[in-house]
Design a binder for this molecule. Structure first.
Ligand code: COA
Length: 160
């Protein structure tokens, strides 16, 4: 599902609120507003928000706890960005959001989900729990603020 960024400016604001608070700056993983907005111009790119109360795509009155940004091509979907604000972590919201991403993807005929994460990202525990498995390694793909190189792990999950 593609989105017209001019129609979802409030949601981009809410995505950015999570983006700024959720990603550790040293890894350079967070996107800026322009990157998010531009990505939503691409066919197949979409997002899902989760509220602090666990509702999906909550109305503006509900604080947003997390978001997923995805892009699908044919029957494959990439989890581009996935985050929950620190104050809402450890309550199952990340797992609920990932479950919703999978449910929505299946409804659109997606058969395989994939993502890239830096090696040793604690989020790997969540992905492994869902059955994601590592199918590739890009040595030294990420560069931290201090210049350290970290491998990227390509992970996939068959959902059909
Ligand atoms: C990854 C992230 C979205 C998880 O959100 P969350 O709401 O805390 O996840 P949940 O509470 O649903 O946890 C789900 C499972 O994953 C595990 N887990 C998730 N994040 C973890 C972490 N940082 N450290 C250890 N375990 C973690 C939990 O232990 C839990 O397993 P359990 O139920 O068996 O205990 C959140 O930590 C985050 O935003 N991280 C920073 C951004 C990021 O790295 N995103 C992924 C990029 S690839």
């Amino acid at each position: 599902m593609s989105q017209n960024p001019s129609d979802c400016s409030d949601d981009i604001d809410r995505i950015m609120e999570v983006m700024i608070g959720a990603f550790a700056p040293e890894y350079g993983e967070a996107w800026n507003r322009r990157q998010v907005s531009d990505s939503l111009l691409l066919a197949g790119t979409g997002y899902c928000l989760i509220g602090a109360d666990g509702s999906f795509d909550p109305d503006l009155a509900e604080p947003v706890a997390g978001f997923a940004l995805t892009r699908s091509i044919f029957d494959e979907e990439e989890l581009l960005l996935f985050a929950v604000l620190p104050k809402y972590r450890g309550k199952g919201l990340g797992a609920a959001l990932l479950t919703e991403v999978i449910v929505r993807a299946r409804l659109r005929g997606i058969r395989r989900l994939f993502l890239e994460m830096r090696r040793n990202n604690p989020a790997g525990k969540l992905y492994t729990g869902f059955g994601f498995r590592t199918v590739g390694v890009r040595p030294g793909y990420y560069r931290t603020a201090s210049g350290e190189r970290l491998d990227a792990l390509s992970q996939e999950l068959h959902i059909a």
